[in-house]
Design a protein around this ligand. Structure first.
Ligand code: ATP
Ligand code: MG
Length: 567
């Protein structure tokens, strides 16, 4: 696995001399230089029908990041036009996740549902101007009438009805006179338009559904395409940044802007983020949650922001990742390992070190005084002198890692084995004496002797030890469960197989639970806001949710120390 390049320096805010990092930033710079806008105004418009994922983080970092750098404003807008799938839990989770990433919606928080009256007014305006009509075709008839990309569609027989008649019917639809599905409002554009989205799209439908904010006030709801662009205009969004799938919708949004004579927000599209070994659509993530494949939206294996947070990812690492991924017009797939690199890069600088033994075996220091315990200082973070140090208790009986011992070892084995000498991290050099196996041939204890004059920091022993092992003092150890994670899917593109369901590619080994782990005592005070590097094992964070559920501390491995992924 190749090393990922170091991240760029953070860009100074509002810097006029800043070299644009991508084409969207270039457009913004040019627009500001040309005096087109006094201030830019962007927005992030999630639909509250699921939790945010790392793909959304890319969109968030883009829209919030640009507003931040160019002294602009950014709105958080909940695009809630689809009452059946949306709810308050999702709204709350989205707000929490955007804040956690470190962003503030300084332009305000809005809901498309706040504009239902205005949008209704826009629809009436279109009808009155002869630009929309109420249609009664069945969905099948309407689909057949749309034509194909190479063949023009046919006009609905209702297309030529009078504005007055459409207006009356539309008012009746709003008043609840008509049953669900009885009529729709369609924009009257061009049934032969080369862009299928321009062939008289449906803009309103009758639907008796309870809305999470407007309750039962409405029984007609605008279609996403009729709500999204106009919401940008209502809010005075100057640069409306979205993913490429909306490119083909842009002519329709521009048609609405021109026909309604409203604020001309400019939409600019960029490629969505795709990450290997995972799925990114909320619909698919919801299935994993509903089918109990994962422990909720915030399962540490999920690509959701809340899952990554619970896994131990930091806002800094996610922002660095988004920066590295960049903004372009072309779709590609980013390796999950880039995300892991970004986390290591941040935690190596910021996380305190600690010692934990995941698969413990007794290590008895035969020549150490029976009743003695001494406190040995250990540096918290060699990368950060200000992090200070802590005192580690050391005594005759310790825990060591089972796989740090071998009965037979060659010259390249720098851990414990008959005849071997190693250093215990921040403590003494020890030499093998003997070991105890049980009847099944499983290692029970390793006995060693220590060299009193080899203490770390004041070693006068002159003994060379090639390997350094981590350890935990047995009497003061904290018992814990530790969870090790692997990719959620074993296939790099689980939803890229036309004839197979993505759940067929779930990795059966994505979660490994270690139950009898031993942690150094300082970790008893840990909380989820502080990630740690466990010496030789990786970066870990306390899982507060599982800990509360189980009553014993549960720790998640966020990432290993090195990129060990082969595939
Ligand atoms: P999903 O397909 O996961 O349900 P969505 O596009 O339906 O996502 P929205 O809530 O509508 O989700 O998205 C809000 C914003 O986030 C949109 O502007 C969308 O373009 C952007 N976005 C969604 N997914 C990605 C992604 N993978 N990469 C970059 N931006 C994304
Ligand atoms: Mg969507």
């Amino acid at each position: 696995m190749s090393e990922h390049p170091a991240p760029e320096q953070a860009h100074p805010k509002g810097s006029e001399n800043h070299e644009p990092a991508h084409f969207i930033e270039q457009i913004i710079k040019d627009d500001l230089a040309a005096g087109k806008h006094a201030q830019i105004h962007t927005r992030f418009p999630p639909e509250p029908n699921g939790y945010l994922h790392i793909g959304h983080a890319k969109a968030i970092c883009l829209s919030f990041g640009l507003a931040e750098r160019y002294g602009g404003r950014v709105n958080l807008r909940f695009d809630d036009t689809n009452p059946e799938k949306e709810n308050q839990e999702y709204v709350d989770a989205i707000r929490r996740d955007v804040s956690w990433l470190g962003y503030e919606w300084n332009g305000g928080e809005f809901y498309t549902s706040d504009y239902f009256d205005t949008l209704y007014g826009f629809a009436v305006q279109l009808i009155k101007g002869g630009h929309a009509y109420v249609d009664h075709l069945t969905p099948e008839e309407m689909a057949a009438g749309k034509g194909t990309p190479t063949q023009a569609g046919t006009n609905s027989p209702w297309r030529s009805r009078s504005s007055a008649e459409s207006l009356q019917l539309f008012e009746e639809m709003k008043a609840g006179v008509h049953p669900d599905g009885h009529g729709v409002l369609r924009a009257k554009i061009d049934m032969a338009h080369p862009n299928m989205h321009m062939r008289d799209p449906v803009i309103y439908r009758v639907k008796r559904a309870h809305h999470h904010r407007t309750g039962d006030d409405w029984c007609i709801y605008p279609m996403y395409d009729f709500a999204h662009g106009q919401s940008d205009s209502i809010e005075g969004i100057t640069h409306s940044l979205c993913t490429l799938e909306f490119e083909v919708h842009r002519p329709l949004y521009e048609w609405f802007i021109e026909t309604l004579e409203i604020f001309p927000s400019r939409q600019i599209e960029f490629a969505r983020l795709n990450l290997d070994h995972t799925v990114m659509s909320k619909r698919k993530l919801l299935r994993l949650v509903e089918e109990g494949v994962v422990d909720g939206w915030d399962d540490p294996r999920m690509p959701t922001i809340s899952g990554l947070r619970r896994r131990g990812f930091t806002p800094e690492s996610i922002r660095t990742f988004c920066d590295r991924v960049g903004i372009a017009k072309r779709e590609n797939v980013i390796h999950f390992s880039l995300l892991e690199w970004a986390l290591r890069d941040h935690l190596n600088r910021s996380a305190n070190r600690a010692m934990a033994v995941l698969d413990p075996v007794k290590l008895v220091v035969t020549n150490y005084p029976e009743e003695q315990t001494e406190m040995l200082p250990s540096e918290n973070n060699p990368e950060d002198p200000e992090a200070g140090s802590r005192e580690m208790p050391f005594s005759k009986t310790l825990w060591m890692e089972r796989d740090d011992f071998k009965e037979e070892a060659n010259k390249k084995w720098f851990r414990l084995a008959p005849g071997k000498t190693v250093r215990l991290k921040s403590a003494y050099i020890i030499r093998y004496v003997d070991h105890v196996m049980d009847a099944e041939g499983r290692l029970q204890e390793v006995h060693v002797e220590y060299f009193p004059d080899s203490k770390s920091g004041s070693d006068t022993s002159g003994i060379k030890a090639k390997g350094t092992l981590h350890w935990v003092n047995a009497a003061t150890a904290v018992d814990a469960e530790v969870r090790l994670y692997d990719r959620l899917f074993s296939d790099p593109t689980p939803d890229g197989h036309a004839d197979r369901d993505f759940t067929e590619f779930l990795n059966p080994d994505s979660l490994e639970i270690k139950t009898a782990c031993k942690l150094e005592p300082s970790l008893a005070q840990a909380d989820a806001s502080r990630p740690y590097q466990f010496t030789r094992l990786g970066y870990f964070v306390l899982d507060e949710k599982r800990t509360a559920e189980t009553g014993t501390p549960v720790w998640n491995r966020s990432v290993t120390l090195k990129d060990g992924w082969k595939g």
